[in-house]
Design a protein around this ligand. Structure first.
Ligand code: NAP
Length: 182
């Protein structure tokens, strides 16, 4: 894939009122759309990426869930500002996000998955580093929680690539950011 074609993509679920988790990190609200045999495009999406950028809190939570490791064969960058070993796996990263994304895009590869959470997504948004958003809207109002979008990000126009609705009431919105920085 060419440099131009390699994109940073967010693939995430949020409540109708815009939260990705309860204030304590609980994502139990996702269970309202659970359906045998339906993964809302996740496994197909995972085939389009070879790199994952993920916040330390989300990574820790994924590891605590006790599922099979979901990032097999992927290059994973766990963002953390605390002191971590610089070599070995998993790879922790605390440098410039623009530097990381520029370097990844300068090399051939598949797309780059930003797996969240909100802290990391908003850090990338600040620097216009997210190219596409696949947002699954879960039919629930959480009332409070960790908002997907924080105030203070740059304004951006989006182009709708696709919207899909599913029997459990999930609506999936796929947007591409129209670059303002080119
Ligand atoms: N609904 C969904 O689809 C979905 C998807 C993903 C996550 N979630 C939920 O979101 C919650 C976590 O989100 P969150 O926003 O609280 O945390 P997060 O983004 O997962 O992780 C935040 C941590 O990432 C590190 N970090 C953030 N920005 C950084 C930067 N620019 N440079 C270096 N390190 C950076 C810091 O780690 P240190 O503290 O180690 O310095 C920070 O504490 C969890 O409950 C998770 O389940 C939901």
């Amino acid at each position: 894939m060419s440099e131009k074609g390699r994109k940073v993509v967010v693939f995430i679920a949020m409540s109708v009122d815009g939260y990705i988790a309860k204030p304590n990190g609980d994502i139990g609200f996702l269970s309202v759309v659970e359906l045998n045999g339906e993964d809302y495009g996740y496994s197909d999406f995972m085939k389009t990426i070879d790199t994952v950028i993920i916040g330390r809190k989300t990574y820790d939570q994924v590891m605590e869930m006790g599922y099979d490791y979901p990032y097999q064969d992927k290059e994973v960058y766990i963002l953390s500002r605390s002191e971590r070993p610089e070599v070995g796996l998993p790879k922790y990263f605390k440098g410039s996000l623009k530097g990381l994304v520029d370097e990844l895009k300068a090399n051939p590869g598949k797309n780059i998955f930003c797996d969240g959470g909100a802290d990391v997504i908003n850090a990338l948004l600040q620097e216009n580093l997210i190219d596409e958003f696949v947002i699954s809207v879960i039919p629930v109002i959480l009332g409070e929680g960790i908002p997907l979008f924080k105030d203070g990000r740059p304004e951006n126009q989006l182009k709708l690539i696709q919207s899909k609705q599913f029997v459990k009431g999930l609506v999936q919105l796929h947007y591409e950011r129209i670059p303002t920085d080119q």
